[in-house]
Write a protein that binds this ligand. Structure first.
Ligand code: WQD
Length: 328
């Protein structure tokens, strides 16, 4: 299999690149390195350009032809909720524009297999029960809107071009499969809490009066290695005649919720530092609980998460410590 991976120099993409290379697949990465790190890629071919540049379709076609690409995984996107609220035009231009160019290049070059990086953010404020793929998609920020429109685009491309696609709705990703692939972006609970703990600062809890078992927010944390393996399951399904014939959507989560306090307790155990958290008011619009029903991907692709919350927090902490040691 020869796979083109956009955004492959990013946190999640680099895990998928390494798993594919380790099993012997050919990989070529397209990344503008605006958020990615080329050192994650080793000797994997990297072609650096902006996926919304005016010549992006032609350049993608060149890469497909030169590397005899049979499948594409599209990770490249902006993914900061707060930034999307401040600059929605960036998210519609870049997240949808880059995907549109990938779809156009795929159609022109005859590539019919695409795995698309979507998000649980498409659900917006789901009710308290586990979220299924058939639940309402009412995103509450431009980031989630851009991910949902991307799902519509790949669905329409199935009708227009015969594009077979799997959209993966990520829940809360954390952890590291290798120390050098840890998430350096201090933008989500685990990485923010690790950063603060490493600096001797107490972690901050955004609200402890939610209608949840311990009052703090509950999310479905999924190990980045489990998530990466879900991409390989999707690629392998698309490579078979029995695989998806058009556009399918899967939640990628564990089906188990964990509260902020549970995550912080895991970090205290991993780091050996237990600082009493600061309790701040809840963030506007923060849902009390978002947990996946991941039964469809299990039934149809045979994928299930296997790693625990402690695996995620321990590996994330070790990767942070490794980065601190090696960059000192
Ligand atoms: C998790 C929980 C916060 C920081 C993400 C993004 C996006 C998406 C998954 C892929 C919440 C609480 C956080 C802190 C805290 N993934 N928190 N203190 O809000 O679920 O959103 O969903 O697209 O990454 O949309 O993730 O990590 O910001 O928050 O108490 O310092 O941790 O209130 O309950 P969230 P998050």
């Amino acid at each position: 299999m020869s796979v083109l991976i956009t955004g492959g120099a990013g946190y999640i993409g680099a895990h998928v690149v390494r798993l594919l290379r380790d099993r012997g697949d050919d990989v070529v990465v397209v990344d503008d390195l605006s958020g990615g790190d080329a050192t994650r890629l080793g000797d994997t071919p990297l072609v650096e350009f902006d996926l919304v540049a005016v010549d992006a379709v032609d350049r993608l076609r060149e890469v497909v032809e030169r590397h005899a690409v049979t499948s594409i995984i599209h990770f490249a996107a902006r993914k900061q909720v707060g930034e999307s609220v401040a600059h929605p035009e960036w998210y519609f231009r870049d997240n949808i524009g880059s995907l549109a160019n990938v779809v156009e290049a795929s159609a022109a070059a005859g590539v019919t297999r695409l795995v698309y990086s979507s998000s649980a953010a498409v659900y917006g404020l789901p009710g308290g029960a586990a979220v299924t793929e058939d639940d309402a998609t009412v995103p509450i920020n431009p980031y989630g809107e851009s991910k949902l429109v991307g799902e519509w685009l790949v669905r329409d491309a199935a009708n227009a071009h015969g594009l077979r696609s799997v959209s993966l709705r990520y829940f809360n990703v954390a952890g590291a499969g290798w120390n050098d692939l840890g998430d350096p972006n201090v933008q989500n609970l685990v990485t923010i809490a690790i950063d603060r703990t490493a600096r001797g600062l107490a972690p901050v809890v955004f609200g402890d009066s939610f209608d949840t078992p311990d009052g703090t927010g509950v999310r479905d944390y999924v190990h980045v290695m489990d998530l990466a393996e879900a991409h390989l399951a999707a690629l392998d399904a698309l490579a078979t005649a029995e695989g998806p014939a058009d556009a399918v959507v899967y939640n990628v989560g564990t089906g188990r919720g964990a509260s902020v306090r549970e995550v912080l307790a895991g970090l205290a155990a991993a780091s050996g530092t237990d600082l009493e958290p600061i309790i701040d008011p809840p963030r506007p619009g923060d849902p009390p609980s978002v947990v996946a029903d991941a039964s469809r991907i299990a039934a149809e692709l045979g994928w299930r998460s296997t790693r625990t919350l402690d695996d995620m927090v321990d590996s994330a902490w070790r990767a942070h410590e490794w980065r601190a040691r090696t960059s000192a």
